[in-house]
Design a protein around this ligand. Structure first.
Ligand code: ADP
Ligand code: MG
Length: 342
């Protein structure tokens, strides 16, 4: 076969293979866009585990009529324009791939009205040639993105979807994670017409604790220590469960770096090290922790789904987290201290 440039839809579908694993990954990308657009109200409406419908509505900055088509194109982003921007990224997105990828494997409709525009406009993309049609619509300030029939044109991918129940469980878990990342946003999650989660904005520490209790359980909150430690331009805060309450089955393990959800090896290692011999090999730590760090000190462009980061001063970050948590845990269970010392 001669070398040829791939048609746009195929190129987008290949990229979709990296970021769009299942309905929950679509929800993640769309909600992150809403957060980047400054929304403080996010509605997530799901039908049939997301395989039928995923709708995200936000009250963020919206997309101007003239940019609707562009928003759906690959490598089109409003979030960075130079390498320097990439090195101090503060937005959740920056690759300009999500909407193009998702629209290449679904029937996507984007409806939006920026506050400065007097009417709303809608763009529909339905796989194929990636041609986008634009027409007038009705919508309050903000943006709605509806994704119907995910993977309808990629049967091999559709086959890998699990039951509606399982796919929705992934979405619900993700929404928990996201809702813990932004206390200043109100969240609604609806599945098959039923409201599953409704979380009001949590502006005070008390309201934050209520949200943690709602999402991680009352027991978690009651048996956790609140941590808040700063050193240089590093800050760690959040909740860690006292060792004696840690169970063998996985409870909440939520960590965030600059508001971005993480499954980072270095952080997990530091947390485990802090618990040290206070946990048996079978017990799992439980935590909701936020690490704030100078964006220049961390590289988020390591993984397409951005679950991992690279810290420039990895050792320093690791030891900071480990020692801050060790102190907090020892205060919870001081008897551990004497046995450690002996
Ligand atoms: P990225 O988030 O990496 O920039 P996306 O493909 O996810 O790429 O989105 C492309 C662009 O569309 C964004 O840069 C943003 O300008 C615009 N956009 C997407 N979703 C929204 C939204 N909910 N509100 C406002 N603008 C949005
Ligand atoms: Mg995005």
């Amino acid at each position: 076969m001669p070398i040829q440039i791939l048609p746009p839809q195929l190129a987008n579908q290949i990229a979709a293979g990296e970021v769009v694993e299942r309905p929950a990954s679509v929800v993640k990308e769309l909600v992150e866009n809403s957060l980047d657009a400054g929304a403080d109200q996010i509605l997530i409406e799901i039908e049939r585990g997301g395989s039928k419908k995923i709708l995200i509505r936000d009250n963020g900055s919206g997309i101007a009529e003239a940019e609707l088509g562009l928003a759906l194109s690959r490598h089109a982003t409003s979030k960075i324009s130079s390498l320097d921007d990439l090195e101090q990224i503060v937005s959740l997105g920056f690759r300009g791939e999500a909407l193009a990828s998702i629209s290449s494997v679904s029937r996507l409709t984007l409806t939006s009205k920026p506050a400065a525009q007097d009417k709303a406009w809608q763009a529909c993309a339905e796989g194929r040639d990636m041609q986008v049609k634009i027409k007038p619509a009705a919508h309050p300030d903000g943006c709605s993105i509806e994704v119907l029939d995910l993977f309808f044109n990629t049967p091999a991918r559709r086959k890998f979807l699990r039951s509606d129940k399982t796919e929705f469980a992934h979405i619900d878990e993700l929404v928990k994670r996201l809702a813990l990342s932004r206390f200043d946003v109100s969240w609604t999650l609806i599945h098959n017409g039923q409201t599953v989660r409704q979380l009001k904005k949590a502006d005070s520490r008390e309201a934050q604790q209520k949200r943690v209790a709602a999402l991680c359980g009352k027991n978690f909150l009651e048996q956790a220590a609140f941590v808040e430690v700063a050193y240089d331009d590093l800050k760690l805060w959040g909740w860690v469960l006292q060792p004696s309450a840690c169970k063998e089955q996985l409870q909440c393990q939520y960590s965030y770096v600059n508001g971005r959800m993480m499954k980072d090896k270095l952080l997990n290692h530091a947390i485990r090290q802090a618990y040290g011999s206070m946990l048996s090999a079978e017990q799992q730590p439980a935590f909701v922790l936020y690490l704030d760090i100078n964006p220049r000190q961390v590289d988020v462009n390591v993984h397409p789904a951005k679950h991992e980061v690279r810290f420039h001063q990895a050792r320093l970050v690791h030891d900071f987290v480990a020692s801050a948590l060790t102190d907090a845990l020892l205060q919870l269970e001081p008897q551990q201290q004497s046995s450690e010392v002996v």
